[in-house]
Ligand binder design. Structure first.
Ligand code: MG
Length: 503
């Protein structure tokens, strides 16, 4: 990275320490989720907390802040990339600079306890074991939001922590459109879709898909998609995730279900999308505030693009059908391409967000968004949550969870105090559809995918999205790539076109 002033150069050098600490923290986190022996969890918590406090010290270092202020006052001399770097440092730094350190520490301690309480509550299906902790997390999040500041809605301050500039108004409009357009469409699909018998024959408690074969299949598709296994790894964890230390070490995980090969396959493709994004960031950004994916909403667009736009398309599944049959002849040799396509595109409203199909998925997010906004603005009491959850599930998905474990307790996010996070999943789905629409003007995606040629598609993503790292913020990136602001109509069109043809 080229620096035009001695101030930005020094700032860049200081930031490098924050970046390195972040890499170490990321590695500790990856190890915690993949390898850590159970008895080591306390020592790992201490190691992690120590890195967190070193990181906070670096952010609060007076010299670092002076350099940042000075650089921010002489932006005329700076290149666009240096300005982008300053903008990112200001955006990340505000959490450390505006929220008192005692509050940050209290929040971190409270959420650790809340996580354990949530885990027990979910296992025992007792919301009451979690509700006091949840109340504390909400209180602390409200205080954090008040320190961060906001123009219109307190919840906006929290949304912005995960997606720069995202607001409640923007989310409300998106969810209104999605619900209005896709709820009636969901009902149509369910009425017409008729492949349950075939599905039961291919996937049931008597079908065994060996873990070894599933892993080989995952490695096959990773190589095909262009994920660099010499700059990453594929491991196993209960919840698949991606953890990138640097672009040369962007690791992913998957999980294997013995009776169902789809789960590991789609999780691998999803996480590969995240990993490919990180591996594709420009080399010159390494160690700077530009050296990763720009936001959660753009990150999720990359994983969803490969998982859904590509991975669940009839062309891709047609290409893959003989491969699946070769890997699992004992179960799939009699199956047709149509069977395989419907196996990956079954629409069924359910209780669990992470198992939801692409048509119903965003309804789960709409529900969480509405409840979070009310909780943060004190318009809803914690004790009323389980019942409201059931009512809203009924309204959007026409299913009513019988237990709280399948309802309000299913997700880990609120135990971590991550209010404002959920909407980025929907942004990911919307961005993916809008990027695909733009890509189709330049590439014949269906033909490429049908031939199993993914290189051209990856190059397009590299040029338009990946290489920019965090130098272009999400709203500008969407405009630059697609020529207009984020518009939910592309997702709605994608869903309607695809499923009208399938059912
Ligand atoms: Mg993801």
């Amino acid at each position: 990275m080229h620096y035009s002033t001695s101030t930005t150069r020094k700032l860049g050098e200081k930031y490098k320490e924050i970046s390195l600490l972040g890499n170490v923290q990321a590695l500790l986190g990856w190890d915690l989720n993949v390898n850590l022996p159970p008895k080591a969890s306390n020592s790992r918590a201490q190691q992690s907390a120590y890195i967190t406090s070193l990181t906070a010290d670096r952010w609060l270092n007076p010299e670092f802040r002076t350099l940042f202020e000075k650089a921010s006052s002489e932006t005329k001399k700076l290149s666009p990339l240096e300005k982008a770097m300053l903008r990112n440092i200001g955006w990340s730094g505000k959490y450390y600079w505006k929220v008192p350190k005692e509050l940050v520490v209290e929040f971190s301690e409270t959420t650790s306890e809340a996580f354990m309480a949530w885990h027990k509550a979910k296992t025992e299906d007792k919301f009451s074991l979690f509700s006091d902790y949840l109340q504390k997390n909400i209180r602390l999040s409200q205080r954090i939001a008040d320190h961060l500041g906001y123009k219109k809605n307190r919840y906006d301050a929290l949304l912005d922590l995960y997606e720069m500039g995202l607001t409640t108004d923007v989310c409300s409009n998106i969810f209104k459109t999605l619900i209005k357009e896709l709820r009636p469409f969901m009902k149509q699909i369910i009425k017409k879709q008729s492949n349950n018998e075939t599905m039961k024959q291919l996937i049931n408690e008597n079908t065994f898909y060996s873990e070894k074969r599933q892993r080989q299949l995952s490695l096959f598709i990773l190589r095909k998609l262009g994920y660099d296994l010499s700059a990453g790894r594929l491991d196993v964890s209960p919840h698949p995730f991606t953890q990138s230390m640097t672009k040369h070490d962007a690791r992913i995980t998957t999980k294997y279900l013995l009776h169902d090969f789809r789960s590991s396959f789609t999780a691998t493709i999803h996480e590969a999308g995240h990993g490919l994004y990180e591996q594709g960031v420009a080399d010159e950004f390494e160690g700077t505030a530009l050296d990763s994916g720009v936001s959660l909403g753009i990150h999720e667009s990359q994983s969803r693009f490969w998982e859904n736009q590509i991975g669940r398309s009839p062309e891709f599944l047609t290409f893959m059908a003989p491969v699946f049959q070769a890997f699992f002849p004992e179960h799939l040799s009699q199956s047709t391409t149509d069977h395989i396509v419907s196996l990956f595109n079954n629409v069924e409203p359910g209780f669990i967000r992470i198992e939801a199909d692409e048509v119903t998925y965003n309804f789960h997010i709409a529900l969480r968004f509405e409840l979070e906004e009310k909780l943060i603005n004190e318009k809803l009491k914690v004790k009323d949550l389980p019942e409201i959850w059931r009512e809203k599930m009924d309204e959007y998905l026409e299913v009513r969870p019988k237990t709280d474990s399948e309802g309000v307790l299913q997700d880990v996010h609120w135990s971590y105090g991550n209010f404002g996070y959920f909407p980025t999943y929907t942004l990911g789905n919307l961005n993916a559809a809008q990027f695909t629409h733009a890509m189709k003007k330049e590439l014949k995606i269906e033909e490429l995918v049908a031939r199993g040629e993914f290189g051209t598609i990856l190059s397009w993503l590299r040029d338009n999205i990946h290489k920019h790292g965090a130098s272009i913020w999400p709203d500008e990136l969407v405009k630059k790539v697609t020529g207009e602001e984020l518009n939910p109509k592309y997702f709605v069109e994608y869903i309607k076109e695809k499923y009208s043809a399938l059912i």
